[in-house]
Ligand binder design. Structure first.
Ligand SMILES: [Zn+2]
Length: 159
């Protein structure tokens, strides 16, 4: 059987839809996998100072739903939802401009060094196995003192 190019495209897009449906069906409880961008993530030594609290989006002053980019420490708001709530897309806009792939949701970091990490490059929630190191690098004198303050994870790496 010979398929036309159009037929192949149609079959591929049907497959894509089926796969997306399957993925969203299994989203609950699905294992979050390590990001392939976590190893060797570029982190800029740009002197950016990040306060331990009182965060706001650098572009629109929103104070909730904030994501910190792990490459440059930019703090920006999350995506706008279809109903108009949520953020103003500034974090994802920043990714489109810079291609810095990983951001951590502020307020989700736990003392044992876990947090909600989103990979724009992979368009998925991911694990960052080097999160504590990445936080310390981007945050310099900020968050690790606030959150880690010689917690177990911190001690293992730095104390
Ligand atoms: Zn914003």
């Amino acid at each position: 059987m010979k398929l036309s190019a159009k037929g192949i495209m149609k079959a591929e897009s049907a497959l894509k839809v089926a796969r997306l449906e399957m993925e969203s069906a299994t989203w609950e409880g699905e294992e979050i996998l390590p990001s392939k961008h976590a190893d060797g993530l570029a982190q800029l030594d740009n002197g950016r100072k990040i306060p331990p609290k009182g965060w706001k989006c650098e572009r629109c002053d929103l104070t909730s739903n904030l994501w910190m980019n792990l490459t440059d420490g930019a703090i920006l708001c999350g995506r706008r939802f279809f109903d108009g709530s949520g953020g103003n897309n500034h974090a994802v806009d920043h990714y489109k401009e810079t291609k810095y792939p990983l951001a951590v949701k502020l307020g989700t970091i736990t003392p044992d060094g876990q947090a909600d990490v989103f990979s724009y490059a992979e368009d998925n929630m991911v694990k960052d196995p080097h999160l504590v190191k990445h936080l310390v690098r981007t945050s310099q004198d900020f968050m690790f003192i606030y959150y880690y303050n010689c917690s177990t994870t911190f001690k293992k790496i730095f104390c």
